[in-house]
Design a protein around this ligand. Sequence first.
Ligand code: NI
Ligand code: MN
Length: 228
Amino acid sequence: MKIKYLGHACLQIETMGKTIIVDPFISQNPLAKDRIKIKELKADYLLITHGHADHVLDVELIAEQNKEVQLISNPEIGQWFSNKGLGGIQLNHGGAISLEFGELKMVYATHSSGLPDGSYGGNPAGFVLSNEEGTIYIAGDTALTKEMELIPLFAPNLDLAIFPIGNHFTMGYEDAVIASDFVQCDKVLGIHYDTFSLIEINTKEAVEHFKQKGKELILLEIEQSITL
Ligand code: NI
Ligand code: MN
């Protein structure tokens, strides 16, 4: 499983021969827009955690050059995009499905989820993705929440937890350390930081803070990847 960081909360995951883009927000991301050729991005699936613009902005742009792309989201976001002609799979909290790239379960996140035009965006969510190549937890935008303690009950051997660490709109890196205890995974990929001034963090301190707790915080450059 190869996970490429496309800035902010956007990831391109290549696994089991399929390509999944999570939360596309590139064309207005000041750190990513000049580096990533959005018109050349490939995706078989678009995985959406919630309705905020910094997670759904480029869904249609990516769908334009990926005609067969399937949107995976909650029903409210799914309906909103279906009205724009985009098809997909609608899930809600606790729902697990088997897809060609593995098992996918939508899990709880505590945040909000309005769509860019003010429409109701349903509940924010995270995902647990599991297949022969590994098991990862994509937390989505969320605060630290006790609900995360449920994840090891059905995903006891996480290979990677992907957490927002930018504070202000989500948990910060100190809470992300506690979250990594809750999900029993000491290897964390940090996202959702430094994109704009409100979520700027001291990345050196963040990495050091994880280290002191015996954990690893991975921070990627835009377009850099990790492989599980
Ligand atoms: Ni959000
Ligand atoms: Mn966000």
